[in-house]
Write a protein that binds this ligand. Sequence first.
Ligand code: APR
Ligand code: PHB
Length: 392
Amino acid sequence: MSTSRTRVGIIGAGPAGLMLSHLLHQAGIDNVVLENRSREYVENRIRAGILEYEVAELMRATGLGARMDSVGSRHDGTNFLVNGQLHHIDFQKLTGKHVMLYSQHEVVRDLIAARLAAGGEMLFEASDVAVHDYATDKPYITYIYEGTEHRLDCDIIAGCDGFHGICRQSFPKNMIVEYDREYPFGWLGILADAPPSKDELIYANHKNGFALLSMRSPTMSRLYLQSAPDEPLENWPDERIWEELAIRLAHEGFSLTTGKIFQKSVTAMRSYVAEPMQTGKLFLAGDAAHIVPPTGAKGLNSAIADVAILARAIEAHVLKHDHEGLENYTRTCLRRIWQIERFSWWMTSMMHKFDHHNAFDARMQTAELDYILNSSAGQVTLAENYVGLPLY
Ligand code: APR
Ligand code: PHB
């Protein structure tokens, strides 16, 4: 077995692990990223595409803004379509902030490029990753890389290995309390070679179910339809998808641009939080600790918020021997995470069709939308959560 040493061993090269690696490097703290999939796989994984205001600012402040600002686009507002009536929410006017539309896989590509340019150590296709002795001051990680067993000694292990990773599962039995909500629906998502039919997103509440119009570029649309959580894709030939999108997104003056669909998938939806996010020298961040349904696009943003907090805490611990940030990591993150969980759950509840709703529940949903979209206080609530709560 070959042995090496670093300050922080990071497991997972999603947005959480890569951003943590980048922030630590900028603070002069050496680290190694271990990822079990290939670089190609992580760089092409299709996910959401909205960056909160402060997340985009963090990208810029740490030298990652160039491509985001050239191929991404700034969105000063968004649209809600209810009963065929379009309501525009003006983020800029309501909060003085905006969001950036920039795909998660582009963020991942930028982060990998930045880490490589800085000589960062990232190992893709590392298998059998396992964490050891994290309850002591000498934690280490073992893994297999290119057929050889390796041991990586470190001071801190960051579990950024997503919902199905091994880090959360390595916590002592019965230590973690899980909070979970599964929704009785999923999103059927498509990518299509079709110019976006609108300059900003449309979140639609329709009697047939939710729909979302989003985009990736001036020639590529990203669209979603509420479906069953396990909806067979065979049920949805391209023509049926376009027909249903046209029905759910219909409103005055709107016409849906169609085109070749080149990607189609169904995502089940859940809310999930694991508490605590740390044990000894092992710290969880991102999807490894919490999941949100995609309504409001908070997944990537909350992963970045965790690692911004973790990087600061590690920096204080390593460079100033100030351990408070690390000791309080769970508490600091969870306060913000529960706000994001609440927002994502609320957006999901307000915008979807629930089969078990009775007539009263349906009226409550309509009344809530009416209030939120037509009162200035309601609009501010929606906008300030959408553009993102402060990172720290
Ligand atoms: N060993 C090494 N790497 C692992 C292991 C393992 N045993 N298990 C999982 N991984 C890797 C995955 O292959 C993945 O690349 O950890 C990474 C976790 O990345 P993400 O799932 O993207 O999670 P995170 O970085 O927290 O980002 C959260 O991703 O799932 C979306 O909507 C979510 O936008 C949010 C964001
Ligand atoms: C997306 O563009 O993929 C997207 C946008 C907003 C959401 C979810 C997904 O709320």
